[in-house]
Design a protein around this ligand. Structure first.
Ligand code: SF4
Length: 455
């Protein structure tokens, strides 16, 4: 795909609150009175399922001041050994409900800081993953990496444990920005981590960047992009900084240096134009990938999927999340683990699933989930094909929603035909806006002001 041009006026017009559609309905609809006993994955016994596993590793050595993650800052290295023992219990408990013969296609380590683990603990985690389920030959196994805590021994351990992908937390290379957010990692350190990963045979490297951080300007971030492009990562995930000081009070420390809404728009415009100009394919919702990368290929061949880790390259998998706060999606059922370490441990000590809330999708949810996933991932809805998939006449069921797209079509975001609905290259930038038209829960939620801006 060639360079995408986007006007500030368009960015302004479509910057409205909306869900990120990592689930449908969004996690705000999960219920705490959810019956833990209701997730019998094999009732009745089902054929083998493709699996995607997520492990939340919450520990960090220091606190980055922009962070909104569920994490625990500690200098106590022994904590991770205890945590791994609980992960082992949780996977053993969950494995009893996974259909015989199922294989793991994807693994992702997130956090927190997965590289808080020592090399021997990374190897131990690899063993635990294999005990849960056999790994597919073409597995995609990735880990979020903090360049400050990566060593050659840890990189080698990740490879030995079967990991073949990495996501480096880069955010911004500007020293002033790094100081304000208390995450000092000069470009040389990032380049060194990138090289270690390449040397050990990690074959897909993503860089996470954040726009909207204190002291960022177009000129400074342009330089950051120039610098990171010299390292030629396979993918970029570029996130909008979420300012939530009522939940994370430490974010107040740099409040007066935050760019205003207009500057954020200019930063986003810069990112889109610069990365697509450098040859990256805009996947949608913050993600860019080289044309030869698996994510760009999955977009092209219609196998892209969206889940709690963002976009993924396998469709129709059961997602099992492990560790405190992790979310799972199995058999039309969402459930989230306890968000506090103590309650997570306490549930496993009782030999019960450490779940605090969940949601069983209704038939209508599943239909709308399919429609939203087709829009977010395939950028096209073939009415006949989707009608077959969901077992009803799509165009008739969504008559009002399709009719409501007049304004988006006039603005060049979608194109409607008798047989289907296309998202245009411009529409890809505002994909949430299009998906939101198929969301039955939204009107109520928007009134409550629950969602972040779509840009
Ligand atoms: S950004 Fe990552 S390393 Fe920093 S505090 Fe958050 S989870 Fe920890």
């Amino acid at each position: 795909m060639s360079r995408i041009h986007v006007s500030l006026e368009q960015l302004r017009r479509y910057n409205v609150p909306g869900p990120r559609y990592t689930s449908y309905p969004p996690a705000t609809h999960f219920q705490t009175e959810f019956e833990v006993s209701s997730f019998k994955f094999q009732d009745p016994p089902s054929p083998p399922r493709p699996l995607s596993l997520y492990f939340h590793l919450p520990f960090c050595s220091t606190q980055c001041l922009y962070c909104g993650c569920t994490n625990i800052v500690t200098g106590d290295r022994k904590k991770s050994a205890e945590y791994l023992a609980y992960l082992d219990r949780e996977t053993a408990l969950r494995a009893t409900g996974v259909p015989e013969g199922s294989e793991t296609l994807q693994v992702q380590l997130g956090g927190g800081t997965p590289t808080f683990l020592q090399p021997d603990e990374i190897i131990e985690l690899g063993g635990l993953i294999r005990r849960f389920s056999p790994l597919a030959g073409n597995i995609e196994a990735g880990a979020e990496i903090d360049p400050r805590s990566l060593t050659q021994e840890k990189t080698d351990a990740l490879r030995a444990a079967g990991f073949n992908r990495a996501s480096l937390g880069v955010q911004d290379t500007n020293p002033l920005v790094q100081k304000a957010v208390s995450r000092i990692q000069p470009l040389e350190l990032i380049a060194g981590a990138n090289q270690m990963l390449r040397n050990s045979g990690i074959d897909s490297i993503n860089f996470d960047l954040i726009y909207g951080l204190p002291h960022q300007t177009v000129e400074r971030f342009d330089r950051t992009l120039d610098e990171v492009l010299t390292l030629s990562p396979d993918r970029f995930a570029v996130y909008s900084y979420a300012h939530i000081p009522w939940i994370k009070p430490f974010q107040k420390s740099f409040e007066e240096h935050l760019p205003d809404a207009e500057m954020k728009m200019q930063l986003l415009q810069l990112i889109i134009e610069k990365l697509t100009g450098a040859g990256y394919v805009y996947i949608g919702m913050d993600h860019f990938a080289k044309p030869e990368d698996g994510m760009a290929k999955a977009l092209a061949n219609g196998t892209l999927q969206r889940n709690f880790q963002g976009y993924s390259t396998h469709k129709g998998v059961d997602l099992h999340g492990f560790g405190m706060s992790a979310i799972s999606h199995v058999n039309g059922c969402y459930f989230q683990n306890e968000k506090e370490l103590e309650s997570y441990y306490a549930a496993l000590d009782r030999n019960t699933p450490p779940v605090f809330r969940g949601y069983q999708m209704t038939a209508e949810d599943k239909i709308r989930y399919a429609a939203i996933m087709h829009i977010m991932c395939n950028l096209y809805i073939d009415y006949a094909q989707l009608s077959e998939e969901i077992g009803l006449d799509f165009a008739a069921h969504f008559k009002a929603e399709i009719a409501s797209l007049d304004d988006l079509e006039a603005d060049g975001l979608v194109q409607r035909e008798t047989a289907g609905l296309h998202v245009t290259p411009l529409g890809r930038l505002f994909i949430r806006i299009i998906a939101m038209r198929f969301d039955a829960y939204l009107q109520n939620e928007q009134r409550k002001g629950r969602y972040s801006q779509t840009v």
